[in-house]
Design a protein around this ligand. Structure first.
Ligand code: 13P
Length: 287
C-alpha cells in the first residue's frame, strides 16, 4: 500500500539518513525503483513531474499503474507517490488521482501568495492523509521547461512556510536541476544550517541530487536533509545503456528487437543507480 512521505522523512531526519526520491518516466523505471527498494529494504519516493505525468497518459494512469504494481510485485517497503514541482492546478489533479504526497511549488509566486496557496493545499491534503512539500527559493536549472536561477532561500521565509504545517520543506541552497556546471561553487551549508536552526524538526529536501558529490551529500544529511531528489542521473544511465545495446547491434540479434529486451539494459542501469544512491543516502535496511 502506498503511503505519504511524512513518517518516512521524519524517521530519516531522526536517524540521520535521507530517503531517495527517484523520478519515474515509464513502466520499466517504476518497476526498477520498486524492485530495488524492496531488495534493499529501503523506503522510497516515486517522483512524478507534471511533464512525466502527461507523458505517461495522465496522473490517474500513473496512480493506477503504481498502485497495481506495488501490490502485484509484493512490495512491502514504504513507497510514496509524490507530485514533483506541482502547480496549483496539478496539485488538485493529483489529489483526485490518488497520489499520496504533493509538492506544491509556489516559489515563483510572491511570498504572500505562496503562503495563501500552500495553506489551502495543506488543509485539503491533510484531510486526506496526503503529505505536502513546499519550496522556498527557486532551485536553479531546468525543470519541465521552467528555468530557475538557483536562489538561496531566506531562512525566515522557510520558517514562515514551515509553520503552515507542511510536512517537508525544499529550500534553495545553491542546488540546481540537471548537470552542475564546472564552475559550480557547491552547496551553501551556511544557508542550510540557518534554515535548519529556524525550522527545527522539519525534514528538509535537497533537489538536484544529480552530480552532488558524496561529501556534500553527507554534510547536507547532517544538517537536516531527509529527502534527496534524483532524476537526471537515472535518465543518463537509461539512455546510455539503451544506446550501447543498439550500437552493439544486439537489437538485430535473435529476438533482440523484442521491446522487453531492448529496455532491459536501461532497467538494469536504473536498478544499479538507485542502489548506489540508497547506499550514499544511508536508507538501506531502514524500511
Ligand atoms: P536532478 O534531475 O538534477 O537529479 O534533480 C531532480 C529533482 O530535483 C527533481 O525535483
Amino acid at each position: 500500500m502506498l503511503t505519504s512521505v511524512k513518517e518516512m522523512c521524519q524517521k530519516a531526519k531522526a536517524g540521520h539518513y535521507a530517503v531517495a526520491q527517484i523520478n519515474i518516466n515509464n513502466l520499466e523505471w517504476t518497476k526498477a525503483v520498486l524492485n530495488t527498494a524492496q531488495e534493499l529494504n529501503s523506503p522510497v519516493i516515486l517522483g512524478v513531474s507534471e511533464g512525466a505525468g502527461k507523458y505517461m497518459g495522465g496522473f490517474k494512469t500513473v496512480a493506477a499503474m503504481v498502485k497495481a504494481m506495488d501490490a502485484e510485485l509484493g512490495i512491502t517497503v514504504p513507497v510514496a507517490l509524490h507530485l514533483d514541482h506541482g502547480t496549483y492546478e496539478g496539485a488538485y489533479k493529483c489529489i483526485e488521482a490518488g497520489f499520496t504526497s504533493i509538492m506544491f511549488d509556489g516559489s515563483h509566486y510572491d511570498i504572500e501568495e505562496n503562503v495563501a496557496k500552500t495553506k489551502e493545499i495543506v488543509k485539503v491534503c491533510h484531510e486526506k492523509g496526503i503529505s505536502v512539500e513546499a519550496e522556498v527559493g527557486s532551485i536553479g536549472g531546468e525543470e519541465d521547461g521552467v528555468v530557475g536561477a538557483g536562489e538561496f532561500a531566506d531562512p525566515k521565509e522557510c520558517k514562515m512556510i514551515a509553520d503552515l504545517g507542511v510536512d517537508i520543506l525544499a529550500a534553495g541552497i545553491g542546488n540546481i536541476h540537471g548537470k552542475y556546471p564546472a564552475n559550480w561553487p557547491g552547496l551553501s551549508f551556511e544557508t542550510l544550517d540557518a534554515i535548519q536552526q529556524l525550522t527545527g524538526d522539519m525534514p528538509l529536501v535537497l533537489h538536484g541530487g544529480t552530480g552532488i558529490p558524496d561529501d556534500q551529500i553527507q554534510k547536507a544529511i547532517k544538517l537536516g536533509v531527509a529527502k534527496i531528489n534524483v532524476n537526471t542521473e537515472c535518465q543518463l544511465v537509461f539512455a546510455e545503456a539503451t544506446r550501447e545495446y543498439i550500437e552493439a547491434g544486439k537489437d538485430r540479434e535473435g529476438k533482440g528487437y523484442d521491446p522487453r529486451k531492448l529496455l532491459k539494459p536501461g532497467y538494469d542501469a536504473i536498478c544499479a543507480k538507485v542502489k548506489e544512491k540508497m547506499e550514499w543516502f544511508g536508507s538501506i535496511g531502514k524500511a
